[in-house]
Design a protein around this ligand. Structure first.
Ligand SMILES: Cc1cc2nc3c(=O)[nH]c(=O)nc-3n(C[C@H](O)[C@H](O)[C@H](O)COP(=O)(O)OP(=O)(O)OC[C@H]3O[C@@H](n4cnc5c(N)ncnc54)[C@H](O)[C@@H]3O)c2cc1C
Length: 382
């Protein structure tokens, strides 16, 4: 985002042992720690960070024997500081399927489980096996399985408060045979299928998926490009809100919505009375709308699978268009995508926050939906 004040102390870890040693020493001394991979999903306040910022620059990709028993399984152990997109490129070159639709997501491998990165119908959760982790509270080195991480839509226990550093990530991909085209996983996202001119569920070559995803992402300013001011962002600034089916029915007919499967973990859904932290959002939804009927129907609706809404649609239909900026501000909505807030050059963190707050309040008063920020905010409340 190119905003934020100074780091009081910055250390760079280039090996896993160094990372473990630095983290363990900071944690045992009770030193406040900020972990940084690529910094692409972090917005630091203009006051900076008082404590130690650990920049994770570890490298290495190892192939491990597969434990799943699948003949075509490829198990990898990847250092946290590796580039995520570099890993996808490596997988495509080696005919390993499973992460091709996650091409072009900026940042590091170690940060990928934090918000269970996802795009174009794939999510890290479908290939993640485990992570190696230094626990900030106990100082222990732990091997956490994917199940331990509570992965959901743009969330995990790491995002919800389990403090510590991921030192390495284990994934299991699928080896495609050496002959013929190396096929992708079935294309699971309509926009990607359209761009590939195939039906959803079709398999095409890994390279074709990667090229098409990169092209689609570039058209939205969603790949880092020094020549594209729209890519000076944190990606999507807001997550797609998840509401109860009953609430979703109160929205205009043309509001896009995607019912979630029954088996979706509850933590992804802001359902009425749900224990998930996002459930707070639902109470606020109705409160904000000031609509008694809506609030009552909310409270009465049974707990069930939620419905995901399009944050971009809600923003556009609350009157905020691409390129929008508050008067005199150097923060603006991307000219290609309403979901991204961009720094047009020299913006402060405060200007980013002011624009985000404005967007939140417009959507809230128009639709009664509280948008939640996707990036990690350091020293900033929204
Ligand atoms: C243009 C653009 C497009 C994007 N598109 C997508 C997208 O399509 N899908 C998507 O899911 N995300 C997307 N993002 C968000 C971002 O790329 C991902 O969240 C990515 O995983 C962040 O990686 P990073 O290394 O830059 O994380 P950072 O910003 O460095 O860190 C993010 C958080 O993870 C923590 N962290 C970092 N490394 C570790 C570690 N090793 N152990 C424990 N905690 C750690 C940090 O402390 C921070 O809380 C996009 C961002 C941009 C700028």
């Amino acid at each position: 985002m190119r905003v934020g004040g100074p780091a009081e102390r910055l250390v760079t870890a280039t090996t896993e042992d160094e990372l473990i040693a630095i983290a363990t020493s900071c944690y045992s001394e009770g030193e406040p720690v900020l972990l940084l991979g690529g910094g692409s999903n972090t917005i630091v306040s203009d006051d900076g960070f008082d404590g130690t910022t650990i920049r994770i620059a570890t490298r290495g990709v190892e192939q491990l024997p597969s434990e799943s028993g699948e003949r075509d399984a490829v198990r990898l152990r990847v250092q946290a500081g590796e580039s995520w997109d570099g890993l996808v490129a490596l997988a495509v070159r080696n005919r390993w399927a499973g992460i091709e639709a996650l091409s072009g997501i900026p940042g590091s491998v170690g940060a990928a489980p934090v918000q269970n990165i996802g795009a174009y119908g794939q999510e890290l959760s479908s290939v993640l096996v485990a992570v190696d982790f230094v626990d900030a509270v106990t100082g222990e080195l732990r091997h956490l399985t994917a199940a331990d991480l509570g992965l959901g839509y743009r969330t995990s226990v790491l995002k919800r408060g389990l403090e510590g550093v991921v030192t390495a990530v284990e994934l299991e991909l699928t080896q495609r045979p050496d002959v013929g085209a190396a096929l992708s996983e079935p294309v699971a996202y309509a926009q990607l299928a359209n761009a590939l001119a195939v039906d959803v569920g079709t398999q095409v070559s890994l390279g074709e998926v990667r090229r098409t995803v990169l092209r689609l992402r570039a058209s939205k300013g969603m790949v880092l490009d020094p020549d594209d001011p729209d890519s000076v962002s944190a990606g999507s600034f807001f997550t797609n809100p998840i509401v109860s089916a009953r609430f979703a029915r109160t929205l205009p007919d043309d509001a896009p919505r995607w019912p979630l499967a029954e088996e979706e973990p509850a933590l992804v859904a802001a359902l009425d009375g749900a224990t998930a932290e996002e459930s707070v959002a639902v109470g606020m939804l109705a409160e904000a709308a000031g609509d008694r009927e809506r609030r009552r129907s909310h409270a009465e609706s049974p707990q069930g699978p939620g419905v995901k809404l399009s944050a971009a649609w809600l923003i556009e239909h609350s009157g905020i268009s691409r390129g929008f900026a508050l008067p005199g501000s150097k923060a603006a909505i991307s000219s290609k995508h309403t979901l991204a807030i961009t720094n047009r050059g020299g913006a402060s963190a405060l200007e980013i926050v002011q624009l985000a707050t404005f967007v939140q309040s417009r959507v809230q008063s128009e639709f009664g939906v509280l948008l939640r920020p996707e990036p990690v905010l350091v020293g900033i409340e929204l």
